[in-house]
Design a protein around this ligand. Sequence first.
Ligand SMILES: Cc1ncc(COP(=O)(O)O)c(C=O)c1O
Length: 367
Amino acid sequence: MIRPPADVGTPADQIDTPALVVDLDVYEKNLDRMAGHVRGRPVRLRPHAKTHKCPVVALHQIARGAVGVCCQKVSEAEAMVYGGVRNVLVTNEIVGAPKLARLAALARQAEVGVCVDDAANVRQLDAAAAAFGVRLPVLVEINVGANRCGVEPGESAVALAREVAAAGHLRFAGLQAYQGRAQHIYDLAKRREAIEAAIDRVRETVTALGRAGLPCETVTGAGTGTYQFEAASGVYTELQAGSYPFMDADYRRVEGLEFENSLFVVATVMSRPTVDRAVVDAGLKALSVDAGMPTVHGRPDLEFQRAADEHGVVLVRPGGAAVRLGDRLFLVPGHCDPTVNLYDWYVGIRGGRVEALWPITARGALL
Ligand SMILES: Cc1ncc(COP(=O)(O)O)c(C=O)c1O
């Protein structure tokens, strides 16, 4: 881990760049909004930690009522538990002896759940849990339209749930049903339609499980783009939204979301070669561009056009405000999760000063 780009108390305009900066007022407002949405409803919030990769953020979410967090990787789950999180769901299939052993060992220290979509994997999980003397809560993942992992809803899910229930060191805990492809459908009505189709598949699977004597204590899924629909479904019991504390440029295009951008890559203008071109010190190694280029916060006169390894090329539109060497630009990343994964520290600012430095301890957690 390298040193942070600022100290607590540093004026915000002296943070070294490129830096991953969180506007703490906006961030807290986003956390409060989501907590308020869930309060008084028959759903719990279990935010996805793959976005922030930081136990400090997880603990802020839990302090506002979240039951725990989701992780995608065993190494992320380890970072969360070592950072003080007591309840983690790995929303993914875990395959291979080394990872299964780490997962089962972690379950001796905290409540750790996991997903399955294959009977052979159920047997491997059971053996790993037996070796560490734990009983793991296991969710059957169903494919509700994302066409990623998951068995088909209905009878395939029931058959796999039976395998889980029959395994001595596992406990059938319910369904994982995440419709990832719906999250970034910009149009609200089309997004709702995609989730309503998913909810129908979940409902028929819960009914089939009930008929088979396998009650579903948990149905978990949803992201920042669709959580309102799953929350109102009457069938989902947990929401896994991840991006809402920070948002990003792509999520801002999604109609009907109430969260604001709190996460920025702050970059410095390092070259001003022509009237219409400024170059900043943040390129591919400082920003993820898989969901499009960053936007320049508060500067409609500037367009981030392309990223090279260490350079970002910005178009200065005719008639725009001046851009000088050494100016700082607040870039809104196209996609928050993979951008966060590039940094060791969040630099939290409020009132023009650095107030917090949070280590991103699950950064690079791939195993
Ligand atoms: C299984 C799962 N749940 C929840 C999320 C969170 O989604 P979002 O960041 O869109 O809120 C993701 C994101 O990819 C995911 O893979």
